[in-house]
Design a binder for this molecule. Structure first.
Ligand code: NAD
Length: 288
């Protein structure tokens, strides 16, 4: 099976590599020449990457980027019956629009955003939140099982993105809680290393705490101990929390903690800080 993998960033690169290691014929593409230069499986242009692909996987920053790749023109010229798997985190509205367009050209499409970070992508243990038709999900299952260890099919197109918006709202709110607790621990003179070790095995444990300790030092592999290199960029966290707020408004559910997290990350992500890992927001919370 030939796969076109579009978007070779923090997440896309290790995901594409997992597929290659599993024996799939992968043609990659990224708009950035630096990303393309890191591997030997990118042809000269996007059209060549798409040529002959049975499945097209997109792992891009936002809805506009996915629509720039899966254009009406391309979807109409691809042979019918392609499997399109969008793993990017984007808005439900764009997802449904793409699903309608793909359906008009007899392609199968899934929204399949992920959780697990670059760490999970490298190990092929991502969690997939999937929306789309059941037969498309079954067709995609072997590919998703290479890249992930947990698959949840929520229902029709858009439901994978809806699950992801709720999921990342938990992560954003948790991140602020973890940062505040470490800032308070600092103010009270606690050893951050001891506090981190205590929290890991206690009721305060979470993925965010385990993988994104905001204080440099206690976790050697965490972005904080490596100049806050992402990881999951703060600009992407801000985008995702904004998507959760759009979804909350659309269904009339109040999410005050989510709203505050969205505001805090949007303010932090402006400018260069947006390219740091989201745990770098700690710098704005620690007051001393
Ligand atoms: P990234 O910015 O590192 O990578 C995105 C890549 O897409 C970049 O290399 C960029 O050059 C490329 N790109 C942009 N527009 C393109 C286009 N039109 N055609 C081809 N390539 C294009 O982002 P990432 O961290 O890999 O995240 C990708 C998606 O996954 C986002 O939607 C993000 O919200 C989501 N996500 C990220 C993480 C994480 O921990 N980084 C975790 C879960 C989900």
């Amino acid at each position: 099976m030939r796969i076109a993998f579009i978007g070779l960033g923090t997440m896309g690169m290790p995901m594409a590599q997992c597929l290659r290691h599993a024996g799939y014929d992968v043609a990659g593409w990224d708009v950035t020449s630096a990303a393309r230069a890191r591997v030997d499986f990118c042809p000269d242009n996007l059209e060549e990457a798409l040529q002959g692909a049975d499945a097209i996987v997109t792992m891009l920053p936002a809805g506009a980027d996915v629509e720039a790749v899966l254009t009406p023109d391309r979807l109409s010229t691809l042979p019918e019956g392609r499997l399109l798997i969008d793993c990017s985190t984007i808005d439900v509205e764009t997802t449904r629009r793409l699903a309608e367009l793909a359906g008009e050209h007899e392609h199968m499409i899934l929204d399949a955003p992920v959780s697990g970070g670059a760490e999970g992508a490298g190990k092929g243990v991502l969690s997939f939140m999937v929306g789309g038709k059941a037969d498309a999900f079954e067709r995609a299952r072997p590919l998703l099982e290479v890249m992930g260890s947990k698959l949840a099919h929520f229902g029709p197109s858009g439901t994978g993105q809806a699950a992801k918006a709720c999921h990342n709202m938990i992560c954003g709110i948790t991140a602020l809680g973890v940062c505040e607790a470490f800032a308070l621990a600092d103010g009270l003179g606690l050893d951050p290393d001891k506090f981190f070790k205590l929290c890991r095995g206690a009721a305060a444990q979470s993925w965010v705490l385990e993988n994104r300790c905001p204080v440099p030092g206690p976790a050697a592999d965490a972005p904080s101990s490596n100049g806050y290199a992402p990881g999951f960029a703060a600009r992407l966290m801000a985008k995702d929390l904004g998507l959760a707020q759009e979804a909350a408004q659309a269904c009339g559910q109040e999410t005050p903690f989510g709203a505050q997290a969205a505001e805090r990350f949007a303010a932090f992500a402006q400018g260069d800080d947006g390219n740091l890992d989201f745990s770098a927001i700690y710098k704005t919370i620690l007051k001393r």
